[in-house]
Design a protein around this ligand. Structure first.
Ligand SMILES: CC(C)(COP(=O)(O)OP(=O)(O)OC[C@H]1O[C@@H](n2cnc3c(N)ncnc32)[C@H](O)[C@@H]1OP(=O)(O)O)[C@@H](O)C(=O)NCCC(=O)NCCS
Length: 147
């Protein structure tokens, strides 16, 4: 199993994973931009050429904005999400990030546990942020150089 940089050759695999793990969160165009834009970081966990999970984000000055972390439903609770998130934070740190942030639904227990264990804390709430009316919790983490 390896963590690898994803490029546009992984587009179909990302769309398949998105369908299975996120119910079609992003369009083809959004995934293409995520995979092709050089300012974006997009890592995948790959086993035997199969994409088990992804973690992506983009750097704005010294802040990493995490756009997605997702693991195939058949592969969850085996440490893959944590592995991908830590790899993404490490890469962002190397590229000069001092903080990381993201929004997560306040009812996403698994994601909140993942981010909390990785050192994120809730820094605010955006009411009615999602299409279903649920609130987003803003997660924030300082990236210390020695981590
Ligand atoms: C959130 C998600 C990426 C976690 O991936 P994962 O591979 O199952 O996570 P891990 O196995 O690495 O677990 C990381 C931590 O979260 C906890 N956790 C994971 N799933 C959990 C659940 N369903 N309930 C409670 N805690 C959970 C784990 O126990 C672990 O904590 P620990 O180290 O104290 O044991 C996965 O559930 C997923 O893809 N969800 C759908 C997409 C999504 O909502 N992404 C986040 C928003 S961008």
């Amino acid at each position: 199993m390896t963590v690898t940089d994803l490029d546009s050759s992984w587009l179909a695999a990302c769309l398949g994973l998105d369908e299975r793990a996120l119910n079609g969160f992003w369009t083809v165009q959004q995934w293409r931009r995520e995979l092709e834009d050089p300012r974006r970081l997009c890592l995948g966990l790959v086993k035997n050429q199969r994409l088990l999970g992804v973690a992506c984000g983009w750097l704005v000055v010294d802040e990493l904005h995490i756009t997605v972390v997702a693991v195939d439903p058949d592969e969850r609770q085996r440490g893959h999400g944590r592995c991908l998130l830590l790899a993404l934070l490490q890469r962002a740190r190397q590229d000069g990030a001092a903080h990381a942030t993201l929004e997560v639904s306040d009812d996403n227990i698994a994601a909140l546990a993942l981010y909390n264990r990785a050192g994120f804390r809730t820094a605010g709430r955006r009411e009615g942020y999602y299409r279903d009316g649920s609130d987003a919790l803003i997660q924030w983490c300082r990236l210390t150089p020695e981590e």
